[in-house]
Design a protein around this ligand. Structure first.
Ligand code: FES
Length: 104
C-alpha cells in the first residue's frame, strides 16, 4: 500500500488536529510535539468528527458525547464509545505528513 502526502507539518501546530479525506477514508491527523498520528475521524458512537475534539496528550475526546480514544491505536478508552476507530501509519518526511491508508 502506498503512502499519501496529506499536509505540510507546518500547517499543523503541536497539539493540533485536522481532518483529511483521501478517497473513501475520513481521517483525523494529530500532531503531538513533532510526531504525527492518524485514526479514523468518525466516532464509533454516533459519527462525530474526532478531529474537532479536545486533544490531551495522546487521547482525543469526542466533541459530541465525550468518549475518549487513544490516537496511537484508535482504541476506545471510555463510554459511550465501545468500538475502536481505524488506526493508520503516519510519518513526517521532508516536512510533510504522509499516511498509509491501510489500517494497522
Ligand atoms: S459521537 Fe462520539 S461519543 Fe457520541
Amino acid at each position: 500500500m502506498s503512502w499519501v502526502r496529506v499536509a505540510d507539518l507546518a500547517d499543523l501546530g503541536p497539539g493540533a488536529a485536522r481532518r483529511v479525506d483521501v478517497g473513501e477514508h475520513r481521517v483525523a491527523v494529530f500532531r503531538v510535539d513533532d510526531d504525527v498520528y492518524a485514526i479514523g475521524d468518525r466516532c464509533t458512537h454516533a459519527e462525530a468528527s474526532l478531529s474537532e475534539g479536545e486533544l490531551e496528550d495522546t487521547e482525543i475526546e469526542c466533541p459530541l458525547h465525550g468518549a475518549m480514544f487513544d490516537i496511537t491505536t484508535g482504541e476506545a478508552l471510555s463510554l459511550p464509545a465501545t468500538r475502536a476507530v481505524p488506526s493508520y501509519r503516519a510519518e513526517v518526511r521532508d516536512g510533510a505528513i504522509f499516511l498509509q491508508l491501510e489500517t494497522t
